[in-house]
Design a protein around this ligand. Structure first.
Ligand code: PHB
Length: 389
């Protein structure tokens, strides 16, 4: 009797120690590795993502699934050559619970490789690299943004339906540019159009002059482009200054005019773009998000702010399902896969490959806004080519 009691007490004590350890792990600060560009052509995008992420956190009283959050920030400079070292520092030295990043597709692919190998949770709040939810897809990798294919494909459909026949494309020579153009071409040529010229320059160069001269000589019906951030500002201004805006209509994936309109001014007026967000959606969720964002940061939100906010929402949904215990990866994934994410862009869910299934809007620049024109492509799902999951 005595020994049984003693043994039971011992077992209970051991269980208490174990659950205290588990609680300490689950209940301590959640380490979030924020790997974003804070310098260079995408600096404003990185800041907007961080703002959006922190806005959601503030709405949750500063905690996610009961855990306070500690941020460990790295400026990735949108430089793929530094990406593996940067992400390894966060995973191996700082032991982060979750990686959130980044903007640049090449840097994001390095992050996805490390996440896949180490099993660390990764939420991508912008970079569209098709491979992240394609050939590199993994149960612990999620994206709150888009695939490069998505806005490109939607714009290809729109332009083909408008009856445009001959298009020249111009972009940076790296995954995001290549894949946006590929998505565009797939839909545009399916709809009867032809891409007559594909122009490129290295990322993040902005010496557009020779390429603009080539466009003028080629005389296509229209131009399709992918540029973003500081490069998009300069491209839109140079396109207008070269006198092309009046003669050869410019179309793009919506990054061309998102977060950039203050700086582009009248040179962006009237441009049509396709993206999973617009400035005049007029839904209750979007209105409250925009008000809260403007109040917190004295800035208007853009697509990047929305993606940062939704990255935090995805983390919140997954972590709540596992009571803050990031080691429960399968349960985390199941909860996120089943969720409808209440985004300012409109509610969306994730595909099997963990990329948003979402409406792509057609927008037109009107003053300082990307005004909603209509839906370019309803519930567009990335084909997730090469994903085995
Ligand atoms: C990308 O590199 O994937 C990228 C960068 C900036 C954007 C969109 C995509 O605005």
């Amino acid at each position: 009797m005595k020994t049984t009691l003693f043994r039971t007490t011992l077992i209970a004590a051991a269980a208490a120690v174990l659950s205290t350890a588990a609680f300490a792990q689950a209940g301590g600060k959640l380490k979030v590795g924020l790997m974003l560009p804070y310098t260079g052509t995408f600096a404003a995008l990185g800041n907007a993502i961080e703002n959006g992420f922190k806005l959601y956190l503030a709405e949750q009283g500063g905690k996610i699934a009961g855990r306070e959050v500690e941020f460990i920030k790295v400026d990735d400079e949108s430089d793929p050559s530094k990406a593996t070292d940067n992400v390894n520092k966060l995973v191996k030295r700082d032991n982060v619970d979750v990686l959130v990043g980044t903007v640049h597709s090449g840097v994001a692919m390095a992050m996805a490789k490390v996440a896949k190998e180490s099993g660390t949770l990764l939420i991508v709040p912008n970079a569209g690299a098709d491979a992240v939810t394609g050939a590199m897809c993994a149960p612990n990798i999620f994206r709150s943004s888009f695939s490069n294919w998505q806005p490109g494909y939607a714009m290809g459909e729109v332009m083909a339906k408008k009856g445009i026949k001959r298009v020249a494309t111009i972009t940076w020579k790296y995954a995001a540019g290549d894949e946006s153009v590929r998505g565009f071409k797939e839909a545009f040529e399916k709809g009867g159009g032809t891409v007559v010229k594909e122009l490129n320059l290295p990322f993040p160069n902005v010496e557009f002059q020779a390429l603009l001269t080539d466009i003028a000589a080629t005389k296509p019906d229209a131009v399709f482009t992918f540029f973003a951030g500081g490069g998009a500002v300069k491209f839109v201004k140079d396109y207008a200054a070269a006198g092309l805006k009046k003669t050869i209509p410019l179309y793009g994936s919506g990054f061309l005019t998102d977060g950039t309109l203050e700086a582009q001014g009248a040179d962006a007026e009237g441009l049509f773009t396709a993206l999973h967000y617009a400035d005049s959606l007029d839904t209750p969720k979007d209105k409250s998000f925009r008000l809260a964002y403007a109040k917190a940061y004295k800035l208007q939100p853009d697509v990047y702010a929305v993606q940062g906010y939704d990255a935090a929402q995805i983390l919140g949904i997954g972590l709540k399902a596992v009571n803050g215990d990031v080691s429960k990866k399968a349960e985390f994934a199941r909860a996120v896969e089943a969720a409808k994410i209440d985004s300012p862009r409109g509610a969306f869910s994730l595909s099997k490959a963990h990329n948003p299934v979402q409406d792509i809007y057609l927008r037109q620049v009107n003053g300082k806004e990307n005004k909603l024109v209509g839906i370019a492509s309803k519930s567009l799902t990335d084909p997730a080519r090469g994903c085995k999951m």
